[in-house]
Design a protein around this ligand. Structure first.
Ligand code: FAD
Ligand code: NAP
Length: 344
C-alpha cells in the first residue's frame, strides 16, 4: 500500500518534478488508521494531495503523500427547497458540477471547470464568477491526523474567507478531509454579475437564463482565457487578489488612476492582482522555462522542464516588483511545500 520514492510530476498540474519519500493512494477510509500510524511512528510530515492543481512542490517531499481518491456521492437529506449531497473527497470537482446539473441540483454552475478534487474545495473556499464554495457548503467530515479521530465541521467551524479557511490557518496540516456535504437548491437562482459572464450571455434574454447556460458560458470564457494545465502546466492564479485598507486604496488611486478595484467590505477594497502585475510590466515575461502567461498575468506557466524553485524565483521577482511599485504585498495562492514557503 505504501510506495517509496514516487515521482509526483504527473500528480501536480504545474508538472514540476519532486519525489515523495512515501506515497499511498487512499481509495478506502479503512486504510487511514494504518497510514496515519505509520506517519506518526516515523515522525513523517503528511501531504494530502487531490488533483495537485493548487500546490507548488519546491523540493522532494520528505514525508508521506496521501493521494486522496475516495469516491462516492450520497443524497443524505432533502426538503422543499434544498438537497444535501455528501460527496467523497476524491471526486473530481468539475465532474461533480456536471453531475449536479444533470440531477437538477442547482448552485454550482459558476464554479464550473475549476480543476481539482472535492476534498480540496473547502481549503481555499474555491470561488469564481461571484460564487464561492461557502455559498453551497453545509458541512464536512475530517480526520484529525494527530489523534485519528473523525470530526464534523459545520459552516461556522470552517471560518471561510476570501480564498481562505480555517484549514489554511489554525487547522493547517492537522485535518484530512474525507467528505463534503453541499446544500443545493431545487429552484435555480442564476448569478451573472461578473462582466465577462454577462457579456458571454448578452444574447440570452434574462428570463431565459438557466444554470446549464451559465455553466456552458463559464466553461467557454475560461477556455478562451486560461491555459489548460494538461497542455500548458500551471496552477491557475499564482497570487491572491490583495485586500487593502480603504485609506491605502484612496492614496493608490490618486497615484494610479484607473487602478482596477472592487469593494470588499466597509473598511477594505479588493485590488486585481492581475492588473498590478500586468501594469508592473510582467505580462508575457519569460525566465527560462517559466513564463507569465501572455493573456493572464496572474498565471505562471511551466514550459515543461522547470523546477518548483525556478517558478518560485520568478514569483519572488514579481512580488518584489509589485511591492516596490505599489506598496502592496502579494500573497501566493497555492500552497508551497519546501523551500520558498516564506513568501506565502
Ligand atoms: P491540491 O492541489 O491537491 O491541494 C491543495 C491543498 O489542499 C494542499 O495543501 C493539499 O494538502 C490540500 N488538500 C487537498 N485535498 C485535501 C484533503 N482531502 N484533505 C485535506 N487537505 C487537502 N481556484 C479557485 O478557487 N477558483 C478558480 O476559479 C480556480 N481556477 C483554477 C484554474 C486553473 C487552470 C488551475 C490550474 C487552478 C485553479 N484554481 C482555482 C485552483 C485549484 O483548482 C483549487 O484550489 C482546487 O480546489 C485545488 O484542488 P486540488 O484537489 O487540485 O488540490
Ligand atoms: P476577470 O473576470 O477578468 O476579473 C479579474 C478580477 O477582477 C478577478 O480576479 C475578479 O476577482 C475581479 N472581479 C471581476 N468582476 C468582479 C465583480 N463584479 N465583483 C468583484 N470582483 C470582480 O477574471 P478571470 O481571471 O477571467 O477569472 C474569472 C473568475 O475565475 C474569477 O472569479 C477568478 O477568481 C476565477 N479564477 C480563479 C483562479 C484561481 O486559481 N484562483 C484561476 C482562474 C480563474 P475574484 O478573483 O475575486 O473573483
Amino acid at each position: 500500500m505504501i510506495q517509496n520514492d514516487v515521482n509526483l510530476q504527473p500528480f501536480n498540474t504545474l508538472a514540476v518534478p519532486a519525489k515523495a519519500r512515501f506515497y499511498a493512494a487512499v481509495t478506502d477510509r479503512e486504510q487511514l488508521p494504518l497510514l496515519l500510524a505509520f506517519a506518526r511512528e516515523n515522525n513523517l510530515p503528511l501531504l494530502p494531495l487531490g488533483g495537485g492543481s493548487n500546490v507548488v512542490l519546491a523540493n522532494d517531499f520528505p514525508g508521506l503523500v496521501l493521494h486522496m481518491q475516495l469516491q462516492g456521492k450520497t443524497l443524505v437529506r432533502e426538503d422543499r427547497s434544498h438537497y444535501w449531497l455528501q460527496v467523497a473527497a476524491g471526486e473530481n470537482w468539475h465532474e461533480l458540477v456536471q453531475y449536479c446539473l444533470d440531477a437538477r441540483y442547482w448552485g454550482l454552475e459558476n464554479l464550473s471547470l475549476i480543476p481539482g478534487s472535492v476534498g480540496a474545495a473547502p481549503i481555499q473556499n474555491i470561488g469564481a464568477y461571484g460564487v464561492e464554495l461557502k455559498d453551497v457548503f453545509a458541512e464536512l467530515e475530517a480526520v484529525d491526523v494527530r489523534t485519528g479521530e473523525c470530526r464534523v465541521f459545520d459552516h461556522g467551524a470552517c471560518r471561510f474567507g476570501y480564498r481562505d479557511s480555517f484549514f489554511k490557518r489554525e487547522g493547517r496540516d492537522r485535518y484530512l478531509i474525507l467528505s463534503v456535504t453541499l446544500r443545493l437548491a431545487r429552484q435555480p437562482h442564476v448569478k451573472v454579475t461578473y462582466p465577462a459572464l454577462r457579456e458571454a450571455l448578452a444574447t440570452v434574454p434574462v428570463d431565459q437564463l438557466t444554470p446549464r447556460l451559465v455553466s456552458d458560458a463559464v466553461c467557454r470564457v475560461r477556455r478562451s482565457k486560461l491555459p489548460d494545465p494538461a497542455e500548458v502546466p500551471n496552477v491557475g492564479s499564482f497570487f491572491k487578489n490583495p485586500l487593502v485598507a480603504l485609506d491605502q486604496f484612496l492614496s493608490l488611486q490618486v497615484q494610479h488612476p484607473g487602478m482596477v478595484s472592487f469593494p470588499a467590505d466597509a473598511r477594505s477594497v479588493k485590488l486585481a492582482a492581475g492588473w498590478l502585475i500586468e501594469r508592473a510590466g510582467w505580462k508575457g515575461v519569460r525566465r527560462g522555462p517559466v513564463a507569465v502567461h501572455h493573456q493572464q498575468a496572474l498565471v505562471l506557466t511551466n514550459a515543461g522542464h522547470a523546477s518548483g524553485q525556478e517558478v518560485l524565483a520568478l514569483a519572488k521577482e514579481i512580488h518584489r516588483s509589485v511591492a516596490d511599485e505599489y506598496g502592496v504585498e502579494l500573497e501566493i495562492e497555492p500552497r508551497v511545500y519546501g523551500q520558498g514557503e516564506e513568501i506565502q
